[in-house]
Write a protein that binds this ligand. Structure first.
Ligand code: RAT
Ligand code: ZN
Length: 429
């Protein structure tokens, strides 16, 4: 009996094991359904981090992607909306986006798919039934059920050591959970040093606004202590469209002299997500960020100057995707990932994934869910499978037409690589 997929593939090489062209779609679909996915970037939290973890119908419906859509359809003003209770907000969104309008957008359709997955009425006149259902769930078995429905085995969290709600929870040694991996998220430290250095100083680190004295070594001590506490699989930061590296800024020095040395010392990658135009409309809070095209020479400089660091890179602008593929062909220390945020729509996911396969083979990570509310993983991964299945099948069809058929075992190996082992290897899981 073959013990690995590779051996099985070898054993099955030749025409006998080749999947006929008209079966490719079905076989890809079957294998994709069985692929044990690692969701490598989410905003979910392990149960021991308590109330930070969002789940249930009211959270699903007040997701900021849906709040952005509410303000397009409703006459309610943002400041009126923010005064409502969570349930009132959810009721308003349900009425506006799901009853007075047909829920055809990606985010509204997502809620429908979740309700449907649990056998709940998708045309209900109110949220009573859904609330009763979610209120009657016990969190831990519910998490297992959701992961099973989504086809994922574990998720990667986003953990902010300067979040006033989150940081104290980590100080109490929360129980680790094999299904939730931590990530040391550094937006506050890197993007807003001027607003946050004082918090570090108050915690006893000898740091200053202008990075003088022992600041750099003290930031390294801070990172090191948080790495010990969280055991992150990577460090991460989202960055504006104006991001440049190197440049004359606190962020640039902190990346070069504190974050990347810590990454090398700990052997963990840095994930950079570039292209946000923060708060173009602050009135709608979390929904108020936009997107801008970025100058990817910053990525080039990072990869050239720090060959001993590994980078996970996602860029938010559609216009930057091709360049990112080209850079990925140049640098073995760059792993592109995901169709992030405004890109996570079937039309764009299809275009980006096709481009990545054509330019990079299977050496990338096609998607992460970015889920903020537990049950979102169900619809986000369902959508990913639905969009990507035909294009993987088409890739194999043309390969076969050109003279190289593939076996089921190879298809399984490829999906495993894309959605699991590329990540495991990059972060040394
Ligand atoms: O997709 C989102 O929910 C955004 O608001 C961001 O959180 C983004 O994914 C990020 O990680 O910065
Ligand atoms: Zn995110």
């Amino acid at each position: 009996m073959p013990s690995t997929i590779l051996e099985e593939t070898k054993g099955q090489s030749g025409l006998e094991s080749a999947v006929p062209s008209d079966q490719l779609r079905k076989i890809v679909e079957e294998e994709f359904q069985k692929t044990p996915i690692i969701d490598m970037h989410t905003h979910l939290f392990m149960p021991s981090l308590g109330k930070l973890g969002l789940w249930g119908i009211d959270e699903l419906i007040t997701y900021h992607y849906l709040e952005a859509e509410l303000f397009r359809f409703s006459s309610v003003k943002p400041d009126q909306y923010w005064k409502l209770s969570k349930q009132q907000q959810a009721d308003l969104i349900w009425r506006t986006l799901f009853q007075e309008n047909t829920p055809v957008s990606e985010s509204t359709r997502g809620v429908i798919a979740v309700l449907n997955a649990f056998g709940l009425n998708t045309t209900a006149k109110d949220l009573t039934e859904a609330r009763q259902f979610f209120n009657s769930q016990q969190l831990e078995p519910h998490i297992s059920k959701v992961f099973e429905l989504a086809g994922i085995t574990s998720v990667v969290m986003t953990n902010d050591p300067l979040d006033p709600q989150e940081a104290p929870l980590w100080q109490n040694n929360p129980a680790p959970n094999k299904q939730f991996h931590a990530v040391l998220r550094l937006d506050r430290v890197l993007n807003k040093w001027a607003d946050n250095w004082q918090t570090l100083a108050n915690q006893g680190y000898k740091v200053s606004a202008d990075l003088s004295g022992n600041t750099i070594s003290e930031v390294r001590r801070f990172l090191s202590e948080w790495c010990d506490r969280m055991r992150p699989v990577y460090m991460a930061c989202s960055l504006p469209d104006t991001f440049m590296f190197p440049e004359d800024s606190a962020r640039s020095r902190l990346i070069a002299e504190a974050v990347l040395p810590t990454g090398r010392e700990r052997n963990i990658p840095l994930s950079v997500m570039i292209g946000v135009r923060y708060q173009v409309n602050p009135a709608i809070k979390l929904a108020g960020d936009g997107v801008g095209k970025t100058d990817l020479r910053a990525v080039e400089h990072l990869c050239v100057q720090f060959p001993d660091n590994r980078f996970l890179i996602s860029v938010l602008s559609r216009e930057n995707q091709h360049e990112l593929c080209v850079y990925s062909r140049k640098f073995g220390n760059l792993l592109p990932f995901g169709c992030w945020w405004f890109l996570n729509n079937p039309s764009i996911v299809e275009e980006m994934t096709r481009e990545r396969i054509e330019m990079l083979g299977n050496s990338f990570i096609p998607q992460h869910s970015d889920a903020r509310v537990l049950e979102q993983v169900i619809y986000k991964w369902k959508n990913t499978r639905r969009t990507m299945t035909p294009l993987f099948a088409e890739t194999y069809r043309v390969l076969s037409e050109d003279g190289r058929p593939v076996s089921r075992a190879e298809i399984r190996r490829d999906l495993d690589q894309l959605f699991r082992t590329n990540f495991e290897r990059w972060v040394n899981l």
